[in-house]
Structure formats: C-alpha cells, structure tokens
Design a protein around this ligand. Structure first.
Ligand code: CP3
Length: 357
C-alpha cells in the first residue's frame, strides 16, 4: 500500500514523546455498544463475530466514533479472542453473556495439541486493517492490537470470563510447565499476528494485558510480563521508515510500573488507580503514558466529567520531554451516554494546550 501522509499524527508523536500542540485522545472500546449506530450495524451483521469477520462491517464500526467525536486515533474493530479462535478453540459470543470457548485447554493432552495457527485463519483481520486504512485516507492513525499471552491464556483455560481465575491459577500452581507451554505458543502467535497487522497497515500496536493484575507479585513477572516482553521484542519496529509505537496496558499493574516500562515498549497504559504525577516521577519520562480517566466518571454529568479530565491533565502536568495520550483507565461502559464522550474530548482539546508550550 502506498503510504499517504497522515493529516493528524499527534497520537503517534505523543507516543514517541515528540512535541505536539495538545494531548491526543482515543478511548478503549470507542467503537461499541454505547453508540446506537454500532448497535444498528451489529444487528445487520447478526452477531459479534459476523461483524468482526466482515471487513466492510468492521471498517464501518471502526469509523463510527470518529465521525461523532474529534478523536486522534482509530482502533481496529476486532477482539483479542480471535487468536485462540484461530487456534481451534471455537469462540462464540452469546448476547449478554460474553465470550465462550467450545474446547478450553485444561490438561496435558489439550496442551500437546496446541500450536501456532496459520495466520491465513486471521486473514479477515488483516483485510479489515487494509480496508480501514483506505477509508481513513490519512485522517488519523490506525491502532492494531492483541491480548497479552497471559490474558489470552485466561480465556483459553477458563473457557470464558472468570471472577476468581481458579482454573488458570490452579494450573499455574500445580503444573507451571503446562502454563509456560501455552504462554510460549501464545507469545509466538501474538508476535506473528501483530506483525501481520503492521504489514497490513497498522500504525501503532497495543497489547492488552487486561488480567495480568490478578497475579501475585513475583508470579506476574514470570507468567505475564516475561511473555509480553517476548512479544514486544519480536515486533517489527518500523514500517515505511516510520517507527510503529508499541503500547502495553496491564490493568491493575501500577505497582509494577518500573518493570513494565522497561519491557521495550514505547508507552504504558495506566488504569485510574495510578496518579500520573507520581508515575512520571518513578519512570522519569523513559516511556509515554496513556490514560487514565475512570470510565465511570462519564456517569457523573458534564461538569464532573470536565473536572475529572482536568484533574488527569493536571496530574501529568507540563509535558516537556514526556508524552501523554489521553484515554480511559479501561474500556468504555456500554451504558455511557454519547454526550459524555463529547464533553470529555472537548475538555481535553480546550484545556490541554497550556501543557504543551
Ligand atoms: O473499540 C475498540 O476498542 C476496538 C475493539 C475491541 C473489542 N474488544 C470489541 C468488542 C477491543 C480492543 C477489544 C479488546 C478486548 N476484548 C479485551 C481487552 C480490553 C479490555 O477490555 O480489557 C478483552 C478482555 C476482550 C474480551 C471480550 N470481548 C469480552 C470479555 C467481551 C464481552 C464483554 C462485553 O463487553 O460485551 C467481548 C466482546 C466485545 N469485544 C464487544 C466489543 C465491542 C461487545 C460485543 C457485542 O457487540 O455484543
């Protein structure tokens, strides 16, 4: 694909800690059920996977939030669970129930059958990236993503979401060798998958370690971060002469900020339990930060939203040699009123320029 110059590269520049005129913004799960137009497209597609596996539908919903709000990045519409689906675990999303796998990985026999899947099984994702890049026409950069090896393993072993992670933690303590095998396969797969997204046109990539934060100290480093680091090391660092920044987000990972920031990534996503000023002191601007508004603050009404946005921007403070991408501390709730997002984006745009002079 010929590389169209970006009309707005504020997001990529902020990730690389280069000067920008204001703090760029995008929101985790910005394309989703809180938007009536998303619900309408999903209805037409018939199911979540019907949406994700059709590049034209995936493109349509990726662009919906950008048509409503002046966001600075688009994120590929897909899911982290397409990877274990390609490994043959049989993913389905029942309405209102969340994801489920028909054949979870529970024992030595299951693990022995597991292998790095042929990337051709995920061609629909790479096709979606190409269609979205074409339709974006350089408006803003496109983010590709994957789950971390550990977060993917949570779903592979549990077979669905979990409250206590009993099955995967049981395996971790009883048969660490089995879990290490799964994580190694996941790391190789994730690196191939992200590199193929970059080849298709993704201009930044994000690794979602949504459940790394449930692990004990000492275990997190061995079973989650070590494998995220392997993925980061295998990612192609540039494309068309431009660096492809890597963002790592470990929800609940604030206490491990030093080691996460040292994994080779360009930016670290932070949830709302972390104070950005204190985080900056700890890391000394060695990486950019992405975050970290509490998604539930969007239920507080316009003046509270604007106040909380200013609090996050004030905490990061004068950007100087640092880099800040405004985001939520986790995905947006499906019950969020769209007007709340409009107020958030407006406040970041009007209040943040003072910190970039
Ligand atoms: O806009 C975007 O951010 C891009 C799309 C995106 C989705 N999932 C779409 C989606 C992204 C980046 C994800 C990542 C994802 N998926 C994560 C990591 C981020 C996080 O939230 O921690 C995780 C853990 C998943 C797994 C997953 N997918 C769950 C647990 C669920 C069900 C819960 C829910 O919110 O419904 C999904 C389904 C899903 N993925 C939806 C969307 C828009 C809702 C499905 C629907 O339309 O019914």
């Amino acid at each position: 694909m010929s590389a169209k110059p970006l009309k707005n590269d504020v997001f990529l520049r902020a990730l690389l800690r280069q000067p920008v005129p204001y703090t760029p913004t995008w929101l985790m799960r910005q394309a989703g059920r809180y938007l009536p137009e998303y619900r309408a497209t999903r209805e037409r597609a018939g199911s979540f996977m019907g949406l994700a596996q059709n590049p034209d539908y995936a493109c349509e919903v990726t662009l919906q939030p950008l048509d409503r709000f002046p966001l600075d990045a688009a994120i590929l519409f897909s899911d982290i669970l397409t990877v274990p689906d390609a490994m043959g675990l049989g993913l389905s999303f029942e309405q209102g129930e969340g994801p489920r796998f028909a054949t979870p990985i529970r024992n030595e026999v299951d693990v022995s059958k597991l292998c790095v899947p042929d990337m051709a099984k995920l061609q629909y994702v790479f096709d979606a990236v190409k269609v979205i890049r074409r339709e974006l026409d350089g408006r803003v950069p496109l983010i590709g993503f994957a789950g971390s090896p550990f977060t993917i393993a949570c779903y592979m072993v549990e077979g669905k979401g979990s409250d206590d992670y009993r099955l995967i933690k049981g395996m971790l303590y009883a048969r660490p060798d089995l879990l290490h095998k799964i994580l190694e396969i996941n790391a190789q797969t994730t690196a191939h998958y992200l590199n193929a997204q970059i080849d298709a046109g993704a201009q930044a990539v994000m690794i979602f370690d949504s459940w790394g934060g449930v692990l004990a100290d000492g275990i997190f480093q061995q079973f989650s971060l070590a494998y995220t680091k392997k993925v980061v090391e295998m990612i192609k660092s540039d494309r068309d002469g431009r660096k492809v920044p890597v963002i790592v987000f470990t929800k609940g990972g604030g206490q491990w900020l030093e080691s996460i920031s040292a994994c080779g990534c360009d930016a670290v996503g932070l949830d709302w339990t972390v104070d950005l000023a204190a985080a900056r002191l700890r890391i000394q601007d060695k990486v950019a930060f992405q975050g970290n508004l509490d998604p539930m603050s969007l239920f507080g009404g316009e003046s509270a939203i604007r106040k909380e946005v200013r609090r996050v921007l004030d905490a990061y403070g004068r950007v100087g040699n640092g880099g800040h991408v405004f985001n939520l501390g986790h995905g947006i709730s499906q019950f969020t009123p769209p007007e709340a997002v409009a107020a958030l984006v407006d406040e970041v745009r009007s209040y943040s320029p003072q910190y970039h002079v």
